[in-house]
Every structure is written in structure tokens, then in C-alpha cells.
Design a protein around this ligand. Structure first.
Ligand SMILES: [Zn+2]
Length: 309
């Protein structure tokens, strides 16, 4: 074999090797850049879908149709078109599922014959009764007396008919008129949980009840002012109320402590009367707050929100 023959053979192998390397390189580039493209799309779609189902579920259980509308709008705002995303209400009306699909056009992978790939994401959020919360007002509502949606008297100056000697007031973080009044005005700042035992506040407390409730009523700056029929989320007229059972009676047979069974949201509309005639009136509503949802908490209409998928 002559020297020149040897050279051309070697050049042949080198160019074959270069060609092979090019295929590997283009393939790797395609994988890396296109995988990145798919990954970015999937991440953005997932975030958009998560925020859409979270926004939508906050309308439940009161407005199921609006909940789907809100989820769709949120999706659109975050880059998921109405063709890409769809939302479904679950049969118990307590959760929303979202699904989105997008055909992503590929770049380098075209060299290998792949032009596009479908990226799909799903998400699900639910509302569930909360098991603990801060900001409750010092009015205890007996579990058996809880009614929903209709106008009721939350606290009566004459006291509870069933539990003689209890006027519905609770002692949160200490007793006394000032603490009690401030707990109505601002909500008790510490967290209260299901199962907590709370002391009864003695007396009908009509003066501090009036001061606290009127403060809440006047804090509503919405036009028209919030009522059972129409209210704005976060309005100070919405009170977080512990739903309780009597835990202990004192020597005279009057309630002494109560045990927390759950939480409700009460929209307060008016304070009427004085002394034994005082009444705090309004209605329990279905309401969502940023609290921790729990699967085994009693349902009194106050819910927390959670992503479950
Ligand atoms: Zn208001």
C-alpha cells in the first residue's frame, strides 16, 4: 500500500467520524433545547392552571357557574387561551379541576423529524371547612342553634333561652369589658382551633357589644353598604364566629366553658336595643378565608382553599 492510499483511507474515516459526531451533536442540541422549550411551557402552563383553579374555587360553593367563569378568566390572564384550558366542577361543588393542552412547535428536533409535541397539565383545588383560624369575635354560637343563610340574632341581651345565665359572650385572651370589646372590633389575634376550651364571659356585656359591633358596622365603606344580599369580600362586617358546645357548667348550673366545634362567617347587619333588649342581627354566610382546610372539620360555612393536585 502506497503512502497516498493510506492517507485517503484515513481521511475517509475522519469524515465519517465527523459526520457521526455531527448527528450526535445535533441530536443532543435538539434534546437539550427542545426539552427546555417543553419544560418552560409546562411550567408556565402549570402555574397558570394552579392560579386559575385557586381563583375559581374561592367562588364555591355559593356561585358554581361564576367559579368556572373566574377560573377561565384567570387562565386567560396568565396565558392559557380558552381553546387550551378547560375547567370542571366536581359533583359536591367543593372543588374545581382544570386541564390544559398545548401543541408546542419544536426547533432543532425538526432535523430528526419531530415537528411538535403536545404538552398537557392538570390541576385541582378544593374548599373545605377550616380547623383553626385567628381573628374570631368573642360570640359563641351553640352548634345545635346554627342556622344558615337566614337572618338571625347572633347575640341577645336577655341571654340564651336554653342555657340560662349565658349571654353568648366568650372570654378570649382574658376577661373584662375592654378585652371583650376589642376582640369584637379587631378579632382575637391568636389562633383558635377545633377542640379548644374557652371560658365564658359573664354578664350580658351590652355596652361593649354595642361599641364593638357599631365599630364593625361603620368600618364598611362599601356602596351600597354590605348586607346579606350583597357584600364585598374582606369587609369588616363579616365576623368569624366560633361554633361551640357547652363543655362545663358551674355550681349554679350555668355554662362555664365551651368547646370549639368549628367556625362560621356571620355578616352583621345591625345592632339594636340596649341592655336586655340588645340584639346583634345578621346571617351566617358561606365564605372563604386563607385558613387551613381540614377533611374532618364540621361544615359551618367557613372554608379554606387548597391545591390538591
Ligand atoms: Zn362592606
Amino acid at each position: 500500500m502506497s503512502l497516498s492510499n493510506f492517507r485517503s483511507n484515513e481521511e475517509g474515516s475522519v469524515s465519517t467520524l465527523v459526520a457521526l459526531l455531527m448527528v450526535v451533536l445535533v441530536g443532543t442540541l435538539a434534546l437539550v433545547t427542545d426539552a427546555g422549550l417543553l419544560y418552560i411551557n409546562q411550567g408556565k402552563m402549570h402555574n397558570a392552571l394552579d392560579s386559575a383553579v385557586l381563583a375559581g374555587v374561592r367562588e364555591l360553593p355559593a356561585n358554581p357557574q361564576e367559579a368556572l367563569q373566574v377560573a377561565g378568566n384567570y387562565g386567560s390572564l396568565n396565558g392559557l387561551s380558552t381553546e387550551e384550558a378547560s375547567f370542571q366542577l366536581d359533583s359536591d361543588q367543593h372543588s374545581i379541576s382544570g386541564y390544559a393542552e398545548r401543541q408546542v412547535e419544536l426547533g432543532f428536533a425538526r432535523a430528526l423529524g419531530f415537528t411538535s409535541k403536545i404538552v398537557a397539565v392538570s390541576a385541582k383545588a378544593r374548599i373545605a371547612p377550616i380547623s383553626s383560624t385567628g381573628g374570631v369575635v368573642p360570640f359563641g354560637v351553640i352548634e345545635g342553634n346554627f342556622t344558615f343563610g337566614q337572618e338571625i340574632t347572633l347575640k341577645e341581651g336577655a341571654g340564651d333561652q336554653e342555657y340560662n345565665g349565658w349571654f353568648g359572650a366568650l372570654s378570649l385572651g382574658g376577661s373584662g369589658a375592654h378585652i371583650y370589646r376589642d376582640n369584637i372590633k379587631y378579632g382575637y389575634p391568636e389562633e383558635i382551633s377545633i377542640g379548644d376550651i374557652i371560658d365564658i364571659e359573664a354578664g350580658n356585656m351590652s355596652g361593649p357589644t354595642r361599641a364593638g359591633v357599631e365599630y364593625r358596622l361603620n368600618q364598611c365603606e362599601h356602596i351600597p353598604q354590605c348586607s346579606i344580599n350583597s357584600y364585598v369580600e374582606g369587609c369588616p362586617r363579616i365576623l368569624i364566629v366560633p361554633i361551640v358546645n357547652i363543655e362545663e357548667l358551674n355550681e349554679s348550673g350555668h355554662p362555664f366553658t365551651v368547646k370549639v366545634k368549628g367556625f362560621g362567617a356571620f355578616l352583621v347587619e345591625e345592632y339594636t336595643g340596649n341592655g336586655n333588649d340588645n340584639q346583634v342581627r345578621g346571617a351566617f354566610i358561606q365564605y372563604v378565608i386563607p385558613g387551613k382546610p381540614s377533611s374532618d372539620a364540621g361544615d359551618f360555612g367557613l372554608y379554606g382553599v387548597q391545591l390538591i393536585e
